[in-house]
Design a protein around this ligand. Structure first.
Ligand code: 13P
Length: 266
């Protein structure tokens, strides 16, 4: 049995926070991280673009990574309002979320667009946090695995490896609703994603972190983070309050608490 990858706890601030509260949140998190003694964990925050540069500069002296919530697939040029992965990396960001369901919904982003954005992110040596997940209607129609598989395989850039790809399984119906799948349902989908990653990336697929996202809270995180092949969480609402976000970071299991069954590629 191999060691499980180091978990990631990432906060997606979405379109929240002004200068003052965003910097206060980053400051509180930095103070706690610098005094933390606990199992290994990679912590990241993804503030809105308005705060990305200043938060990244402030957190550069800490172990906390900073990421963007989206980027253009293009490099530069006449594209009013767009921001390239290169510009984001240039601010000190280490990762960028691509394919979040709110962007798929609000901006009609297809798997092809998400894939191009992921390629742009990986081109800069940042990690792409690639979101996939089914809607309520797809779940009710028994299509969860089909949808997740299609999104995964069609959105994943060919340049992906364990060092530049993080998958976030976020059932759309669980985002911001207080509803979550059962632990078994989460485990089944994560196992399936792991199997797919094995098929595409061979043994490297074992080390790609697969995060769960969707109504993760201080109360449910302990159990969710112990589901096999859940290698962390992408947290929305609960990442906006230091106490709840910190409880989620503190709930990360010790490496020997996680069973990480390896299933060899066929
Ligand atoms: P909530 O944690 O608010 O449900 O949001 C999850 C999410 O969309 C993270 O990207």
């Amino acid at each position: 049995m191999a060691n499980a990858p180091i978990p990631v706890i990432a906060g997606n601030w979405k379109m929240n926070c002004m200068h003052g509260d965003g910097h206060a949140l980053a400051n509180d998190l930095a103070e706690r991280m610098l005094n933390r003694y606990g199992p290994p964990v990679d912590v990241a925050v993804c503030p809105p673009l308005t705060l990305l540069g200043s938060v990244a500069a402030f957190l550069s002296a800490t172990p906390i990574k900073v990421g963007a919530q989206d980027c253009s697939p293009l490099t530069m040029g006449a594209h009013t309002g767009d921001v390239s992965a290169e510009q984001i990396a240039n601010l000190g960001a280490a990762c960028t979320i691509v394919g979040h369901s709110e962007r798929r919904r609000d901006h009609g982003e297809t798997d092809e667009v998400v894939r191009a954005k992921g390629e742009a992110v990986q081109r800069t040596r940042m990690s792409a946090i690639m979101c996939i997940g089914e809607t309520d209607a797809e779940r009710n129609a028994g299509k969860t695995i089909e949808v997740v598989t299609r999104q995964l395989l069609n959105s994943m850039p060919e340049t992906s490896h364990a060092g530049n790809l993080i998958i976030a399984y976020e059932p759309v119906w669980a985002i911001g609703t207080g509803r979550t799948p059962t632990l078994k349902e989460i485990g089944d989908v994560h196992q399936h994603i792991r199997d797919q990653l094995f098929e595409v990336l061979d043994y490297d697929g074992y080390s790609v972190r697969i995060l769960y996202g969707g109504s993760v809270t201080a109360d449910n995180c302990h159990d969710i983070l112990r589901v096999p092949h859940v290698n962390g969480a992408l947290v929305g609402g609960a990442s906006l309050k230091i106490d709840s976000f910190w409880k989620i970071i503190e709930a990360v299991p010790k490496p020997d608490e996680v069973s990480a069954p390896v299933r060899a590629p066929a």
